[in-house]
Design a protein around this ligand. Structure first.
Ligand SMILES: [Zn+2]
Length: 328
């Protein structure tokens, strides 16, 4: 069984459990029909026909299957009208998601922040958010999250997660507690098969950084000593309710840079070999002194050069945070 099939099976079993419960109490015909579809998909997994289009019998798009293990017909075989409706929905979702992103370059509260956001399809499971510091002395929050799976479902959950953080941050709790509370609410809102990894930063105007990591790839710090990953962190969000997220503190000097990224950068793969954190750190070391937009482009280009034309398989986001020179 492939990883995609294993995840689909897990997601279908979780859904089945919920449906059985609902059908028992409500007995609605639509619930029972849906339960039949889930059982049919589980049966197809058993006999090895899951993931094949019911019309042309060709394998369907893995990203679409990951987002919804119940799809039965490939996009090419859908009736025209249905396909157009699906495309319209996806375009609307993509527009909404782009509108939720902050400006791609920002200077605020003593910090310069820039990012590259590259969805693999129309929508992304990666999201960047930047808020706060609307008055002097208030912290600036930066989030980079990655919801498991791809497509519409992942992008909707990502939007939900960001709304949670904005609401919870309003009372300015310690960062570890903020992530812990968001985790509890997120776990309540998602099914067992969905989770998110995330890095949250709370930046103050004196160069202070609080960093909490929920199962996300380790951010890289480029300072006078070189480049190194920031260790530590907790579980991904949404897996268990009662877990804690220790916050890490550091102080950045003028010109020092933190690089956050999603695994679409480091786990880019060619001939079963990953780009990897070693090459990623080396790319950052070479570009660390350059303006942020050039630094980001250089880091992306090194991963693309490594891929040598092989197709990128995941959403990719790179976020650079640099302490600005302080004016006397
Ligand atoms: Zn087909």
């Amino acid at each position: 069984m492939t990883a995609l099939e294993a995840r689909a099976r897990q997601s279908l079993l979780a859904r089945r459990e919920q449906l059985v419960e609902l059908a028992a109490t409500r007995g609605e015909r639509r619930l029972v029909e849906l339960l039949h579809r889930v059982d049919a998909a589980l049966g197809a997994l058993e006999v090895g026909t899951w993931g094949l289009c019911a019309v042309c019998h060709e394998p369907m798009d893995p990203a679409r299957l990951a987002a919804d293990p119940l799809v039965r017909v490939c996009l090419e075989c859908l009736p025209d009208e249905e396909r157009r409706a699906l495309e319209r929905d996806l375009e609307a979702a993509a527009r909404t998601q782009r509108a939720l992103l902050p400006a791609s370059r920002t200077q605020r509260a003593g910090w310069e922040i820039a990012y590259l956001w590259e969805p693999h399809g129309a929508v992304s499971g990666d999201h960047v958010d930047l808020f706060g510091a609307s008055r002097p002395g208030e912290p600036l929050y930066l989030l980079l999250g990655d919801v498991s799976g791809k497509g519409l479902g992942a992008s909707l959950l990502q939007a939900h997660l960001n709304a949670l953080f904005r609401a919870l941050a309003a009372s300015d709790p310690p960062l570890g507690e903020l992530v812990g509370r968001a985790n509890r609410l997120f776990a309540d809102a998602t099914t067992a098969s969905r989770y998110a990894t995330l890095v949250a930063l709370r930046l103050d105007a004196e160069g202070g950084v609080e960093l909490a990591n929920a199962g996300h790839p380790r951010p890289l710090l480029a300072d006078a000593r070189g480049v190194r990953p920031i260790e530590g962190g907790g579980l991904p969000l949404g897996l268990v309710c009662d877990t804690t997220f220790p916050a890490h503190r550091l102080v950045l000097q003028e010109g020092e840079t933190l690089l956050l990224y999603t695994d679409g950068w480091t786990e880019a793969e060619r001939d079963e070999e990953e780009f990897g954190i070693g090459r990623a750190a080396a790319a950052l070391r070479r570009a660390a002194a350059r303006p942020l937009d050039e630094l980001l482009a250089a880091c992306r280009d090194e991963a693309d050069a490594f891929l040598a034309g092989a197709r990128r398989g995941d959403d990719r986001t790179l976020v650079a945070v640099r302490r600005q020179p302080q004016r006397p």
